[in-house]
Design a protein. Structure first.
Ligand code: SAH
Ligand code: SF4
Length: 358
């Protein structure tokens, strides 16, 4: 993508934003409080554009727009599931598509956001993986999903977004600069508590170590999916670069950094990773770092004829973990009718485009 010549106001961390706005208004001979007005429009009032900042004089809005962008994605589609899950597909400035999902439950409203357009990791069970990598998202494009989803949720009676998970498209720790800035922005700019933000990774060791070094208590989810390195390699190509041993050592560092909850995600695929003898090694890994385990029925994808494990098997896994002192939850697959699992709607859009093209 050609770099925009104007900095995107949504990509600047709160400190950087304050600096550039102070400079901008000083050069223009404007009072210092103008910077605060713009910050408020961005972080509190969620202005969708510079022209919406109506308490700035028109000339100042024009001057700001001449120097800066405020790059909001456009909704390409929005789909609501019978279970209340809402999926947005956003069209970015260069036409790339990314998705975010709002997941309401009794006590929270969780937003699942994307960190990359596509993903280079190629996990065999994941539709995004099959679609390949398109490009990195900027910090602004990551937080823009939150801003636009929050506006949509408030306008449609879903209330405030309470939790954010980086579980949409992409591997967040393979886009670290932008993801770190987006974490800072969501936490210090938009006021989302660090413990309400979860970064999900397939096991990117340097990224886990960097996250461990942050002083905020962002949560970490490891997409484990298999408790042995040999089996994991069949599902996750990155296992060949960062082995389960190294990943576990990095998680121990994260755990020792204190107060930060780790979750294991375990997608259950019939006959692939659901043998009952895997419960014991899985429990051992979880106990090592005090992790909770989320068991997720595999969501079928167009590229593989795999099926989800039967409910009885998933329950047996959960019970086996509980017996071994590990907290396990079975995560209902939400939004299946609108393809709200990782990368699915975009995969279908691509598959349709491919079918038409051939
Ligand atoms: N790249 C990161 C975050 C995005 S994937 C990661 O892999 O953790 C978000 C979650 O969706 C991961 O736990 C991933 O394993 C899961 N997932 C991907 N494809 C799935 C499928 N077909 N069925 C169920 N879960 C899936
Ligand atoms: Fe990428 Fe995560 Fe999908 Fe693997 S599971 S291909 S890391 S998005």
């Amino acid at each position: 993508m050609a770099e925009s010549p104007r900095p995107d106001l949504l990509s600047l961390t709160p400190e950087a934003l304050r600096r550039v706005l102070a400079d901008h208004f000083q050069v223009r001979g404007q009072p210092a409080y103008r910077a605060g007005q713009v910050e408020k429009w961005i972080f509190e009032r969620l202005a969708p554009s510079i022209s919406a900042m109506t308490d700035l004089p028109r000339a100042e809005r024009e001057a700001l727009a001449a120097s800066f962008d405020l790059a909001e994605p456009q909704p390409a589609t929005v789909a609501t599931s019978v279970d209340g899950t809402v999926k947005h597909v956003w069209r970015l400035a260069d036409g790339e598509l990314v998705e975010s999902v709002l997941i309401p439950t009794q006590e929270r409203l969780t937003l699942c956001i994307s960190s990359q357009a596509g993903c280079a990791m190629g996990c065999t069970f994941c539709a995004t993986g099959w679609g390949g990598f398109r490009r990195q998202l900027t910090a602004g494009e990551i937080v823009a999903q939150y801003r636009a989803s929050r506006r949509w949720a408030e306008a449609n009676g879903l209330g405030p977004v309470t939790n954010i998970v980086y579980m949409g498209m992409g591997e967040p720790l393979a886009n670290r600069a932008a993801v770190h800035d987006s974490l800072t922005l969501l936490n210090r700019g938009y006021g989302v508590g660090a413990r309400r933000i979860t970064v999900s990774t397939v096991g990117h060791v340097p990224g886990i170590l960097e996250l461990a070094d942050r002083h905020e208590q962002f949560r970490l989810a490891l997409s484990l999916h298999a408790p042995t390195s040999a089996l994991r390699q069949q599902l996750i190509p990155l296992e060949k670069r960062y082995s389960l041993d190294e990943v576990m050592q990095a998680l121990e560092r994260f755990d020792e950094a204190g107060g930060k909850r780790i979750t294991f995600e375990y997608t259950m695929i019939a006959g692939v990773n659901d043998a009952l003898e895997l419960v014991e090694p899985l429990a051992e890994l979880a106990r090592r770092v005090g992790a909770w385990v989320n068991l997720i029925p595999f969501n079928p994808i167009p590229y593989k004829d795999w099926r989800a494990s039967p409910p009885a098997r998933i329950k047996a896994f959960a019970a086996g973990l509980a017996r071994r002192g590990v907290t396990a939850a079975i995560r209902a697959s939400r939004g299946r009718d609108i393809d709200a699992a990782c990368g699915q709607l975009r995969a279908h859009t691509l598959a349709e485009a491919g079918a038409k093209g051939s």
